[in-house]
Design a protein around this ligand. Structure first.
Ligand code: DGL
Length: 270
C-alpha cells in the first residue's frame, strides 16, 4: 500500500486522456497533473529541447513525492523515456511500449498504422517496439502536425469540416495500406477519434495510447502492492499558462468539469 500521489504530465491537454482513464480505473488514487500549456507543442521541437522540457516537468512533479510518474505524452515517451527512467529512482511509465503491444495484439493482417507528432514519428520508437514484439508486422507511419493545434482549439467535433479534411489528407496512405490497427501515437488524438474512425471505416481498431498506458501503469502498481488504500482520491492540476483557458478546454478532454484545484507554475525554474 502506498498513499502517495501519481504524477501525470503532458506538453498540454492531451495527457488528460490518460488521467481520465486513471481516474476511472483507480478512483482511490491522488493524481497530480502537469500540462506544459505555456510551451506546447513539443512535437515540433528537436530532441534536446524535448529532453530539457521533460526533465523540468519531472523535476516539478517530484516535488510532490510521487510514487510513480505517467508520461502521458507520445512525444516525450518516444524521445526521452530512457533518460527519464535512468535519472529518476521511481517507476516512470511511457505510452510507446503499451501502445505497441496493444497494436500487435490487435492486428490480424499484420498491418499497423501509426500517427503521431513529427518528433514522435522521427524517433522511430514505436516501430522499434513493434519490430521487437512482432518482426512480421509492417508499420505505415505518418506525422500529423496539424492535429494538435486542431484539438487544442476545440476543432475536433464530429461534422467539423476542417478536421475531416485534415484527417482525410493525413490518413489516406494509411487507409490504402490496409491496416487493421491504428496507433493514435499522441495523447491529443483520441479527441479526433470520431473523425478518424469515420474515415478509416469499420474493422480498424484505434489504439488510444493514453488509456492503454493508464491501464498498464495500474496493473504494474497493483502487482507491486503500490496502490492507495482509500475510496476516493483527489486531482490537482498545474499548468504553465493561463488557468482559465485550461479549465475550459480540459473539460472537453475529461468529459466533465475540472474537479480540483488548477494552479499556474513556472516550470522553467525547475
Ligand atoms: N500530447 C503530445 C503527444 O502525445 C502532443 C502535443 C505536442 O506536440 O506537444 O505527443
Amino acid at each position: 500500500m502506498d498513499n502517495r500521489p501519481i504524477g501525470v504530465f503532458d506538453s498540454g491537454l492531451g495527457g488528460l486522456t490518460a488521467l481520465r482513464e486513471l481516474r476511472r480505473i483507480l478512483p482511490g488514487e491522488d493524481l497530480v497533473y502537469f500540462g506544459d500549456t505555456g510551451r506546447v507543442p513539443y512535437g515540433t521541437k528537436g530532441r534536446d529541447t524535448i529532453l530539457r522540457y521533460a526533465r523540468q516537468d519531472v523535476a516539478f512533479l517530484r516535488t510532490f513525492d510521487p510514487k510513480a510518474i505517467v508520461v502521458a505524452c507520445g512525444t516525450v515517451s518516444a524521445n526521452a523515456l530512457t533518460e527519464l527512467t535512468a535519472e529518476n529512482p521511481l517507476p516512470i511509465f511511457g505510452v510507446v511500449s503499451p501502445a505497441a503491444r496493444a497494436a500487435v495484439e490487435h492486428t490480424q493482417k499484420k498491418q499497423v498504422g501509426l500517427i503521431g507528432t513529427s518528433a514522435s514519428i522521427r524517433s522511430g520508437a514505436y516501430e522499434r517496439e513493434i519490430a521487437a514484439l512482432a518482426p512480421a508486422v509492417t508499420v505505415t507511419a505518418r506525422a500529423c502536425p496539424l492535429f494538435v493545434p486542431l484539438v487544442e482549439n476545440g476543432r475536433f467535433r464530429p461534422g467539423d469540416r476542417v478536421a475531416e479534411l485534415v484527417v482525410e489528407e493525413y490518413l489516406a496512405p494509411i487507409k490504402a495500406a490496409g491496416v487493421d490497427a491504428l496507433v493514435l501515437g499522441c495523447t491529443h488524438y483520441p479527441l479526433l477519434s470520431g473523425a478518424i474512425a469515420a474515415f478509416m471505416g469499420p474493422g480498424v481498431e484505434l489504439i488510444d495510447t493514453g488509456a492503454v498506458c493508464a491501464g498498464y501503469a495500474a496493473r504494474l502498481l497493483e502487482e507491486q502492492g503500490l496502490l492507495a488504500q482509500r475510496a476516493q482520491g483527489s486531482c490537482r492540476f498545474y499548468v504553465s499558462d493561463s488557468t482559465e483557458d485550461f479549465s475550459h478546454l480540459a473539460a472537453l478532454f475529461l468529459g466533465a468539469a475540472v474537479e480540483g484545484t488548477v494552479e499556474r507554475v513556472d516550470v522553467g525554474a525547475y
